[in-house]
Design a binder for this molecule. Structure first.
Ligand SMILES: Cc1cc2nc3c(=O)[nH]c(=O)nc-3n(C[C@H](O)[C@H](O)[C@H](O)COP(=O)(O)O)c2cc1C
Length: 185
């Protein structure tokens, strides 16, 4: 798929069919993610690939954080069902000690953000769907997957073939007039 078309047509996919995902597609996806740029090429990322149904169901249950969702009236993370449905779930994690800090700004989140965009666009280009799930019970997820405490879990990505209903138009974007300054702020 042509890159700009992939960028423009990618949408968050939150519901998946039960069609299995081919192993070679997951390998291609991880190979592409591996090529992402990072602070001083330190590649602070670690990925956990989960296929076990019972584990995916448990991860799905851990995507609700009351203090985050309750004020907005949500009873569940909109991505909850999809994590149990998708045949593969990938967690994108970071080892902050393996990235840079400049002017008090830690760059591990940037590194993982870039890897996440590679993951989302490649998933889309492979005919699959995913969504960045950033709200979850961090501590319980660490325990469930035996992730060391010093490793940060940044995002959960369910990967699968989208159900048709999920590929519709996404939420609107701000206009360029609202977000771009020319020459000076
Ligand atoms: C850092 C980050 C965290 C996100 N966390 C969640 C989440 O927990 N649950 C969810 O359903 N969507 C989540 N999203 C998806 C956004 O809601 C979505 O990208 C945005 O509404 C734009 O829609 P689009 O991806 O279809 O273009 C997250 C996206 C990002 C970038």
């Amino acid at each position: 798929m042509e890159l700009i078309k992939a960028v423009v047509t990618r949408r968050s996919v939150r519901r998946f069919s039960d069609r299995p995902v081919e192993e070679d597609k997951i390998s291609s996806l991880l190979e592409a993610v591996r090529m992402s740029p990072s602070w001083a090429n330190m590649q602070c990322w670690k990925f956990v690939v989960v296929r076990e149904q019972a584990t995916r169901e448990r991860i799905s249950e851990l995507t609700y954080v009351e203090s985050f969702f309750a004020p907005k009236g949500y009873k569940a993370n909109p991505a909850k069902k999809g994590i149990a449905e998708a045949p593969v779930v990938i967690l994108a994690c970071a080892d902050p000690s393996r990235s840079g800090v400049l002017w008090d700004q830690p760059y591990y989140m940037t590194d993982i953000g870039i890897a996440a965009q590679t993951l989302m666009l490649t998933t889309h280009a492979l005919g699959l769907g995913t969504v960045f799930v950033g709200v979850f019970d961090d501590q319980k997820l660490h325990e469930l997957l035996a992730i060391p405490q010093e490793i940060r879990i940044v995002g959960i990505f369910p990967i699968g073939y989208p159900l048709d209903e999920t590929t519709k138009e996404g939420p609107p974007r701000k206009s360029l007039g609202e977000i771009v300054h020319y020459e000076k702020w």
